[in-house]
Ligand binder design. Sequence first.
Ligand code: CU
Length: 120
Amino acid sequence: MRTLLAMSVLVVVMGCGGGEENHDDHNGGDQDDACPATTSVSITNFTFSPRCLRVSPSASVTFTNNDSAAHTATATAAAGFDTGTIAGGASAAITAPSAAGDHPGRCSFHPGMTFTIRVE
Ligand SMILES: [Cu+2]
């Protein structure tokens, strides 16, 4: 504990010079906002929104496709979740994984479209 305190003081002293401490705090706050707790994902202009979502184990997650192009929401892992094809204007639901952790997914038609389901 004494060592930790000494390091904290050092960080604060260094932070006074470059403003690094404020910068780090800011990033920490943004991390939660970037991965909100929601079970609704929209697909607009070939982008999942949000790109990261926090859900409970085995939660039902609904993807709504606002594009005219068809998309999917498919786990990057071989045996994971898969909405199948979601036609333009349609929506589909999947069951989130039961295991805690980050589960990446993508559109199988457009692999550059990626998202992450964070199970907590
Ligand atoms: Cu797509």
